[in-house]
Structures are given as C-alpha cells and as structure tokens.
Design a protein around this ligand. Sequence first.
Ligand SMILES: [Zn+2]
Length: 323
Amino acid sequence: MVRETRLTPESFVYPLFVCPGEGVRKEVSSMPGVFNLSVDEAVREAREAHSLGVPALILFGLPETKDEVATGAWADDGIVQRAARVIKQEVPEMLLVGDVCLCEYMSHGHCGIVKPSSPRPVGAAVATSPATGTEFEIVNDATLELLARTSVSLANAGIDVIAPSDMMDGRVAAIRKALDEAGLENTPILSYAAKFASAFYGPFREAADSAPQFGDRRSYQMDGANLREAMREIELDVEEGADMIMVKPAMPYLDVISAARERFDLPIAAYQVSGEYAMIEAAARNNWIDRERVMMESLISIRRAGASIILTYYAKDAAKLLG
Ligand SMILES: [Zn+2]
C-alpha cells in the first residue's frame, strides 16, 4: 500500500532483431539470451511476449545486403516490413514500434548519408577514413528524405508507432509531414529525443551489425555531460510534433529522465540499452550479483525516475516475475 512506484508488464517494450532466413535463432554473444531471429522465430517471440502481458515490440532489422542509400530500410519487402506484416497477422493485439534509422542498412554503418567533405563542408564531420585520408561528413537534409520514406514504408507495413533514432536535425518534422501526406495522420512518433553518444551501445552494434566502419557518431549524438542540451533537444522534437519522447541509455541518465518528466507532459520512454543488460548478465553469470533482484531494481529505478515506457531486453523475464 505504501509503495510509491510500481512495475507492471504494461510499460514494457521488447526489442527484437529480425534477420533473413527461416528457423534462425542466433544468440548475440555479448548479449546472452538475446537473438537474431528470422521472421517465423520473431512471431514465436511475439506470441510468448504477448502471453506474458508485454504489450509492445520494437523491431530492428538485419538486411540481406547493405548499400550507400539504405535501400533495406525503406524497401517494401525490407526485413522489418516483412516481419511487421506477419506479426500483425499472427499476433494482432501486439503494438509494433518501428525503429527508424539507416545505420543497419548502410554499408558504412553511419545513421545518415555520408559524403566526402567539400572544401566548405555542409554537414557534421564524421571522420577521416584511414584508408583514403579523405574527410567525411553526414549530409543531414538528404538523410531526412530517406528517413521519411522509411517511416511511411514501415507504417504501411503495419508498424503502429514510428521511432526515429538517427538524431538528424529536423527529422521529426520531416517524418510527420511525410506520414500526413501519405494519409497516415494517426501514426504517432516516439522520438529518440535525447540519445547520448554512449559506450553502453557496444553490444547492440553486434546484435544489429551496425557498427560504423570508420569514425564515430559523436557529431550527431549527444554529449553525455549535457543535461540542458538534452532538454533543448527534447523541446525541439516536441515542437516538431513528437507524441512521445525517449531518453537513451537509461541507467547512466536517470537524472535526464527525471528532468524531462518535470518539464514535459508527454509520455516518456527510456531505453535500458544493450550495455546495461550485458553488464548485469555478465556479473550474474559470475555469481557476483543476484540477477533477478538487480534486474528488477534496475527497472524500478527507471520507473521511479519518471519513465512510463521502458524498452528492455528483460521485458519477458521481468513480466514472468511480475506474474
Ligand atoms: Zn543509427
């Protein structure tokens, strides 16, 4: 009766990594218990999660091929589009969130279009490629067009919530406009509004095969030292039409979740990322910590900080414990 914060499976979003093939269930070595799943296996996971009371999935895709314009992200027969159609048919009550980014589908692994820098750069620097010595940069506005195209394609395939994670400037407005023009006015946007450039994403890049081939993402993701900048980024996304906002990672940024809760009245999501999961799993496997207790404590702390939606690899396991 006196407990201030409660954890329920209704707040969980369970991430799935969908890959080509059939009967594929390949464990991610740095994330024990997390798998690359072919569409048929993803349906099985969706069914199980649903039976445990988990109401939503977020889908990430591992395409057959990658290129310089992220075709796999926006193609009608893209891997996430195919998975969404089948899951919607087999488990219609499951809410599907579609991660919108290009890095998983780009041969270079960056979240946007990358071009060699001209003498007068138009975008944020990414890196100098060690092989050629050429400077590269992200081309923000051309990237927006691909993100918008991806969002419309996902929504048409049955994705209920569009979740842009790329951190390009102006992408929420561009996606909102494209969805509206396609007659998808009712598709909401969950924006990764405060996404920090974090080493905690390491294991995810193995899971989604999306590590940048050169340089890093610090020119478009946020500096972990900046709380005020995080608030400004969130505010911009709200102004552009975001319906829900996300802070990522969760544990090292609980103060950001809390500050966002104070300041904004939209639903707030937090992503307990791969590195947070991997640390708990590794310590538990060494019998250094009590896995179940640490898992539940980590989740309740995210709720206490103010997130009403938690994206977590523990969705199924925590839902089991919560009964
Ligand atoms: Zn990305």
